[in-house]
Design a protein. Structure first.
Lengths: 206, 251
């Protein structure tokens, strides 16, 4: 079972609908006990970095807890759900994050139309379990005002909007996407399906 | 850079998709769930669903239809009509909407925009502005185009941005349903005044109209209803045409 974490900061329904359509068992979860029972969890997220991080802490989701969970489980952070996995976010006065991904999350440069809202291309940087060796990249839907650096080995896919930024990131059992796979048509559904497969295959072999 | 967006719009009345001219003379088109799914499969970039009589009739958006549509489409889904509080927004988002379009309620109570943006993020809040030219001056209209206000749309758009709107959906009532092209001058004025995305609406009748609005203004999305409902142009044909004319779109 895949759990979609409801921490008052995300559009749970869209992600649930996508998994339902893919015939992958998924449900809304909101407690630590429920998380521990899941093969994988998806952390969606809209809203602001500090609010999302604080809401997660309120549930009791500490870095230690996530480290424990990641020994077996997988995590996919979407948009803000990916951003809070960085060390720091500048949004709303600034706030620390979980620090699974290196670097900080900063506002898109001024002068651009912000939010970056719409379809854009995800460029391939290096092989990822989520997208394999898809060197052509793919189009996906973005809706955000903050970005993380595209530098670093963890970043597997990038996007260009004014400047390049991280679109897809992966560190061991934790994945992050800046775009919305649940809203990126067939391309996004393919990625969610792959995440589902990763959650199941590694669990059975361990 | 981000691709330009092609966005079919479904105006809903009595749970049916309808379309009129200048906001009146509504004709029945189709079931919204079937039409929404069709547009998704044909390659539209987003879908907008406006419960056009909700504000006038003072009732809530038809949540069950929102839910049924959202289960069939995996692209961004904006819902508007009759949303007048953060709780209303929550209800619609819970049923699968990704963005909320506010119009009359936000005009009467602009805090709705800031409260919504703080709760769900700016990217979630679309401010829809309906405009009609009265004696040579652009005026914001509310209540589904039935009530004139004394407010200039440029000022309202700027204010909405300051309050945290993530996007402006600008409709020309004069052009609505006429299929004679978007109101380029109006859209250009708005685009020059804000730096959030602006979606053009009202007047789209051909792929040439869409090309024109992307070439002559900075809008990031082109919304249409008649052009898609009456199958005058397919979404893929429009996109091919735009690409050929150097407008980047998601294919």
């Amino acid at each position: 079972m895949i759990g979609i974490l409801d921490y008052n900061a995300g559009n749970i329904s869209s992600v649930l609908n996508a998994f339902k359509y893919l015939e992958i068992d998924a449900k809304r979860i909101e407690t630590l006990d429920e998380i521990m029972k899941m093969k994988g969890i998806v952390i969606p997220g809209v809203g602001s970095f500090p609010t999302a991080y604080k809401n997660m802490q309120k549930i009791g989701i500490t870095k230690n807890f996530l480290n424990e969970y990641l020994k077996k489980g997988k995590i996919l952070g979407i948009c803000l759900g990916m951003q809070i996995m960085y060390e720091y976010g500048e949004e709303d006065g600034g706030c620390e994050g979980y620090g699974f991904f290196k670097g900080s999350v900063k506002r898109l440069e001024s002068g651009l139309i912000v939010p970056h809202m719409g379809w854009n291309k995800v460029d391939f940087l290096s092989e990822s379990r989520l997208i394999g060796k898809n060197k052509n990249g793919f189009n996906a839907y973005f809706a955000h005002s903050y970005i993380a650096s595209r530098n670093g080995e963890q970043v597997k896919g990038s996007c260009l909007y004014g400047e390049g930024f991280a679109a897809l990131i992966e560190e061991k059992n934790i994945f992050g996407v800046q775009f919305h796979p649940e809203k990126s048509g067939e391309n996004g559904l393919r990625l969610l399906k792959k995440f589902g497969e990763i959650c199941y295959e590694n669990n059975s072999s361990s | 850079m981000a691709y330009k967006r092609i966005i079919p719009c479904m105006d809903i009345k009595d749970k049916r998709v309808v379309k009129g001219v200048g906001f009146v003379g509504l004709k029945d088109i189709e079931n919204p769930v079937e039409l929404g799914e069709k547009y998704y499969k044909e390659g539209s970039d987003e879908l907008v669903f406006l419960d056009i009589s909700a504000s006038i009739e003072g009732r809530k958006t038809i949540l069950d239809v929102v839910e049924d549509v959202s289960k069939k489409i995996f692209i961004p889904f904006t819902v508007g009509g009759g949303i007048s509080s953060v709780d209303d927004m929550k209800d619609v988002i819970k049923r699968g909407a990704d963005k909320i379009s506010v119009n009359t309620a936000a005009f009467l109570n602009p805090e709705l925009i800031s409260n919504g943006a703080q709760t769900f993020g700016s990217q979630c809040i679309t401010v829809a502005i309906d405009v009609k030219r009265i004696k040579g001056r652009d005026k914001v209209f509310i209540y589904g185009g039935t009530k004139e206000t004394d407010v200039n749309p440029v000022n309202w758009a700027k204010y909405a941005q300051r309050l945290g709107a993530g996007e402006i959906l600008l409709t020309s009532i004069d052009k609505d349903g006429k299929k004679s092209g978007y109101d380029i001058e109006l859209l250009d004025n708005i685009c020059r005044s804000v730096n959030i995305p602006v979606i053009a609406s009202g007047g789209c009748g051909s792929k040439e109209d869409i090309l024109e609005v992307f070439k002559k203004t900075k809008v990031t999305g082109a919304l249409g209803a008649s052009i898609f409902h009456y199958e005058e142009e397919s979404i893929s044909e429009i996109k091919k045409y735009l690409m050929k004319n150097e407008v980047m779109v998601n294919i």
